[in-house]
Design a protein around this ligand. Structure first.
Ligand code: UD1
Length: 429
């Protein structure tokens, strides 16, 4: 198994190109199931999760062609996928595949909407809490689907098609909102989705669906209205920038010190996180090429932050912020309100010398003068990158084990940080 070796203490200088958003690329690829025509996606990140979803969609009969680099193109440009779900050969998504990546459960809605039936394995437990699918099921029931649970599978049927309806989410859910939008796009009549997730990835998927002929309005607000259409067409769409990757590198620069331009990204995608960095004393300057992040000399001020749905501070940056605050001049508080049990990074940060107390959903982080490198274990995607951030400021060598978690969500991480001067390398095997 690969490991990443980091020697801390180097400042970061230069530029980092931000990739397309994983959390938009996955539902966009899944949306291809809604049409017989080809969907072309540009700026798709090269990630293990994207490759895995290619295999999962292949199982349903979807053909995916990965475009080569264009003449003069750079690796930073992202890849182009030509996705064709002309013939769906199987409406079952088996446990062996769904258990590897939770988001693959989302094939349920488009398969149901287009084929009138789908059988998808329940995703099962996950390292960051129970993560149920009850609200996704509720959304499809509201559109007239008959749902039963059979031997660990969710079996959804709507032999005469889905019907528009009203879906009121009792809690903001990204997966539930994606499901509702995709199902409603091919339903007969109008669907109103209340308390919808406002994440930029939801708006990006809706934008692409509209290019495919869907009639969705209000995506990005709390109330989304979908007028169902009989069929959708092909389209071409570029995946929006990854705000979590953006925030992660912003925190890496804040931790290591130095000045880096984050290219191909936009401040409005993560304003709450950038505001927190500004409060901590980091210089954040949006430019027309991206976002410039700098910390020169001065220490970091502690912050108090609670994670919450967009536009608030994202749970997917909680571990990274905690790593940063281990070196603040004072005591920080971070409250995790989205996922219970999303604190697996705490024990590993403590191994590097951090002082963190946990009380339910609240972490209290007392800043320390220095961290010291050690072997650590990545437990999930965002936790593992928080260890990389801590290692950038730790004295000596840190070895991050179980790097496959990083490869799920961060494209060429060691290359991007290495080019800016970090002492980071991948050790194979
Ligand atoms: C997505 C993101 C993930 C991010 C999360 C919250 C992708 C591929 N993943 O995950 O990176 O951390 O949004 O921003 O886009 N819930 C229920 N019942 C349900 C569905 C969800 O109770 O049926 C709960 C969850 O347990 C959680 C909350 O709702 O407490 C939010 O979950 P949700 O927004 O659905 O997260 P995901 O879409 O799975």
């Amino acid at each position: 198994m690969d490991r990443i070796r980091i020697v801390g203490g180097r400042r970061l200088e230069g530029a980092i190109a931000i990739s397309g958003a994983k959390n938009a690329a996955l539902p966009l690829m899944i949306a291809s199931l809604l049409t017989k025509d080809t969907l072309i996606l540009d700026n798709v990140p090269r990630l293990a999760d994207v490759s895995l979803l290619q295999r999962i969609l292949g199982n349903h009969g979807v053909d995916i062609m990965v475009g080569g680099k264009r003449p003069g193109g750079k690796v930073d440009d992202g890849q182009t996928l030509h996705i064709s779900a002309a013939d769906i050969v199987d409406t079952t998504a088996p446990y062996e595949l769904v258990s590897k990546m939770r988001a693959s459960f989302w094939v349920l809605a488009p398969l149901l909407a287009r084929m009138g039936e789908a059988r998808v394995s329940m995703p099962g437990g996950c390292a960051i809490g129970t993560r149920p699918v009850d609200l996704l099921i509720m959304a499809m029931q509201r559109l007239g689907a008959a749902i039963e649970i059979d031997s660990g599978y969710v079996v959804a049927r709507a032999p005469r098609g889905l019907k528009g309806g009203e879906i009121v989410f009792p809690k903001v859910t990204v997966s539930g909102t994606h499901t509702a939008i995709m199902a409603a796009s091919l339903a007969d009549g109008t669907t109103v989705i209340e308390n919808a997730a406002r994440e930029p990835e939801v708006a990006d998927v809706a934008l692409c669906l509209n290019k495919m002929g869907a009639r969705i309005s209000g995506a990005g607000t709390r109330r989304i209205v979908v007028e169902g259409v009989a069929k959708l067409n092909g389209a071409r769409h570029a995946v929006l920038p990854d705000r979590i990757e953006t925030g992660t590198y912003a925190m890496a620069v804040a931790m290591a010190g130095g000045e880096v331009l984050l290219q191909n990204t936009r401040a409005d995608l993560l304003q709450a996180a950038l505001d927190v960095l500004t409060r901590a004393g980091v210089a954040v300057t949006p430019t027309n090429q991206g976002i410039r992040i700098a910390r020169n000399g001065a220490g970091l001020d502690p912050v108090e932050v609670a994670t919450a749905p967009f536009p608030e501070f994202p749970t997917d940056l909680q571990a990274q912020l905690m790593a940063l605050m281990t070196r603040a001049r004072g005591t920080s508080q971070i409250v995790e309100t989205i996922f219970e049990n999303r604190f697996m990074h705490v024990q590993e940060l403590v191994r590097l010398g951090a002082r963190i107390q946990l009380q339910g959903e609240r972490a209290t982080i007392e800043g320390v003068e220095r961290l010291k490198g050690a072997p650590v274990m990545a437990t999930d995607l965002r936790a593992s990158v928080s260890l990389v951030i801590a290692a950038l400021a730790a004295e000596g060598e840190t070895l991050v084990n179980r790097v496959y978690h990083l490869d799920r969500g961060f494209e060429r991480l060691e290359e991007k940080l290495g080019r800016c001067g970090a002492a980071i390398e991948r050790l194979s095997g």
